[in-house]
Design a binder for this molecule. Structure first.
Ligand code: ADP
Length: 578
């Protein structure tokens, strides 16, 4: 690769890169610069081009990858930035591991999760196959301790492994709503510390939702033989789930039947779980590389108005699909079974970040029909182009090997290189590196206080808001400090009304708009969408129920809610871990 000049990056970007991404020697001294990081990643991934007979010139492709990353138009998920070209070489963020109903099965999963966490990946598990608490254990005459009890072992293992890794492991546990231990599972995070390395979600079925609506009981199923084993009143379970989510955000809910309607390879297996943040449903032993296009960098200004630059977006999406497909070749997966599954389906998950910034730039309120329409249009475009790019790759590289066991079998128009192409990730750290709003979320604050090292407090203002405030003549340090305290400008009359309408934050957006936005993106996403519905502290359980009902009706694949302050006692959360 050609030498490139010094990168222009912000202090925040530099700090994050230095802390977690740049190579260090054993004494902790930095061994590379940010430029070298992106060169390392670009060259490593582009090496895959050399594996194909009619692959492109790896050094030219490396140049293009370097450019798109350093312009912060596209970034791959954190493990790729951390590990590409390094000894570890494990590049995927998302894994799902099977947990079979045997001691060997359970401890194999614990071990495999430890290997994945060491490499910076997150793991999801369905515990639905484990026999219920107090069931007989044939070989010993004893009784089983049930899914929740085994989850604690995974939690402890995660806790220990994180001491040595670059980032704390993250886990998702899913239990089907018809598992006999469902009520224990729903309450298992009430004592916040017991399972602090887990996000948990209840896997809800359409039959269950129907039973809720009709006020009926539903059968619990013994996972060992599929036979009914008692029943519960669906509304009671739903209310308990809602209460717990209202109380501290856990569990979330995933709609398993909806997820499996989009399963591209049902012949290979049923989808039982997602990755830790919920955006990536996967088969057991499957992994996926994610990547995100920064929408705020794919814009053009015309006559003083900002618009989406669809040409630039298309170019970025095509390059990103190539990048993610190449990543599959270059990643060293921690298990042969994972390698085989990944290379059979070749799932990738391209998504977007900086959507809230884009809306600020275009002067569109997040909570408006216009924003929802833009979401449909932009993501529809990203999805269509990603599919086209994947089809194009299939022409020279071949379709994904399992295509004949997939829903695309015999369909010329959908002969893809990748069984799935799109996913909306949270982009917790990526968005800091790219300097944009995260994923498709509204911004959390327009102005906030950052504590710096010597105990001083610094007011940090959203750059797009600051530019508008200065241009419209209402900027003052005093006002910015006040906004940091109040958290919203909705009622500040000294700010022009049109600015107040556009510059909304997560808490100004009502739950309905959060869900409508999630649904709009889901309509054009192969995998799932990471989205949190923010609620004020005083929100009621009824509001949570309305959100769940609406998410189900609008065909979302799951929901996560967060009521302000409800996790205050939690020692650690996924976002702290980054
Ligand atoms: P990033 O911005 O660091 O690339 P995201 O916030 O987009 O990551 O999260 C994407 C996925 O990466 C998560 O759903 C999860 O699978 C994995 N992940 C995120 N944080 C962690 C963590 N601390 N440990 C392990 N895996 C993680």
């Amino acid at each position: 690769m050609k030498e490139s000049g010094m990168l222009k990056i912000s202090d925040n970007t530099r700090t994050v890169l230095e802390r977690r991404y740049l190579k260090k020697d054993p004494a902790g001294n930095l061994e590379e610069t940010p430029e070298e990081l992106f060169q390392r990643v670009a060259s490593c991934i582009a090496e895959a081009e050399g594996y194909y007979e009619d692959g492109l010139d790896p050094s030219e492709v490396a140049e293009a990858f370097y450019r798109v990353m350093t312009e912060f138009k596209f970034l791959p998920n954190s493990p790729t930035l951390m590990n590409a070209g390094n000894d570890l070489g494990q590049l995927a963020a998302c894994f799902v591991l099977p947990v079979d109903d045997s001691l060997e099965g359970i401890f194999d999963a614990v071990k495999n999760a430890a290997l994945i966490h060491k490499s910076g990946g997150g793991t999801g598990f369905s515990f639905s196959r484990l026999r219920a608490k107090n069931c007989r254990v044939g070989s010993t005459g004893g009784v089983a301790s049930g899914p929740v009890s085994f989850m604690k072992i995974f939690n402890t293992a995660t806790e220990q492994v994180k001491q040595g890794g670059t980032r704390r492991g993250a886990n998702m546990a899913i239990l089907r709503v018809d598992h006999p231990d469902i009520l224990e599972f729903i309450g298992c995070k009430e004592d916040n510390e017991a399972l602090n390395n887990f996000n948990i979600s209840v896997g809800v079925t359409d039959a269950f939702m129907q039973a809720v609506r009709q006020g009926e009981a539903y059968d619990l199923i013994d996972p060992r033989n599929g036979e009914p084993r008692g029943s519960l009143d669906a509304r009671t379970v739903y209310e308990t789930l809602i209460h717990q989510a209202w109380f501290n955000g856990d569990p979330g809910i995933v709609f398993l039947d909806r997820i499996n309607r989009d399963n591209p390879t049902p012949e290979i297996g049923e989808i039982e779980s997602t990755n830790p943040c919920g955006e990536q449903p996967l088969l057991p032993m499957e992994a996926c590389n994610l990547g995100s296009v920064n929408l705020s960098r794919c814009v053009a200004v015309q006559g003083g108005k900002t618009r989406v630059d669809y040409e630039a977006l298309k170019e970025t999406v095509w390059l990103a699909v190539r990048f993610l497909d190449d990543t599959i070749e270059m990643s060293r997966y921690p298990l042969a079974a994972i390698d085989e599954m990944v290379k059979g389906n070749r799932k990738i998950g391209l998504g977007v970040m900086g959507f809230a910034d884009l809306l600020f730039m275009m002067g569109i309120p997040y909570n408006s029909d216009e924003a929802v329409a833009l979401a449909e249009k932009v993501m529809g475009f990203v999805q269509a182009e990603a599919h086209e790019a994947s089809r194009h790759l299939a022409v020279s590289r071949g379709a994904f090997p399992n295509i004949d066991k997939s829903v695309f079998k015999g369909d010329e128009a959908r002969a893809y290189r990748n069984a799935t192409c799109t996913t909306i990730a949270p982009t917790g750290t990526l968005s800091i590196i790219a300097g944009c709003s995260s994923g498709i979320e509204p911004v959390f604050a327009l102005s906030f206080v950052r504590r710096v090292m010597d105990g001083d407090e610094l007011v940090e203002v959203n750059p797009l808001f600051e530019a508008t405030a200065r241009a419209r003549g209402f900027y003052s340090d005093e006002l910015m400090a006040r906004i940091a305290k109040v958290g919203t400008i909705a009622h500040m009359e000294e700010i022009p009304e049109d600015v107040r309408a556009v510059f909304v934050t997560a808490h100004d957006v009502s739950p309905e708009w959060h869900i409508r936005m999630q649904a709009a993106f889901q309509n054009h996403t192969d995998n799932a969408v990471s989205k949190t519905v923010n609620l004020p502290r005083q929100a009621s359980e009824d509001e949570v129920r309305d959100i769940y009902d609406m998410a189900f009706d609008l065909c979302c694949k799951g929901v996560t809610i967060y009521r302000d302050g409800s996790k205050e006692n939690q020692v650690l959360s996924v976002s702290d871990a980054k």
